[in-house]
Design a protein around this ligand. Sequence first.
Ligand code: FES
Length: 167
Amino acid sequence: MTETNSSDDCGGCTLLGRREFLRDAAFAVAALAAVGGTAGAMPVHFMNAIAVRDEMATYPFPAVDGVYIDSKKEVIVSRSAGQVYAFMLACPHQNTALRWNSKDQKFQCPRHHSQYKPDGTFIDGRATRSMDRFAVAHEGSNLVVNLDKVFEQDRDATGWKAAAVTA
Ligand code: FES
């Protein structure tokens, strides 16, 4: 019998609670470190916000292309092709912490194997939308991420597309 792979067939999987998500996030950080050193690829960096106020997280503006992970705030910052984005660490399908595969230059979900481009665009897998983006602003030498303002591509394609700043 051929296995179906429809986007809503989760094979009996369950939604993750926050504790499981954080466990997965910690695992993802370790996995990211394991695959982050490939020559010629966007490297992975780990960071903490330099300030958080009223759900506005501030980070140093990324000076070079790469993937920047704040596992405490569950934020991924990606600088690629002249743009900077901030994503939720959670996969939009069922909340599993995403990983960055430097070798293949894409985000990957370890649970159901959805794949996404460096700008968060969905490539393949069970997810039904691209990675969720936060609203971002370039303020001086910093990137400010509004953790209260999340754009889901399937609900607000215009807002999702605009959630980026020029590098
Ligand atoms: S949790 Fe199902 S594809 Fe990520």
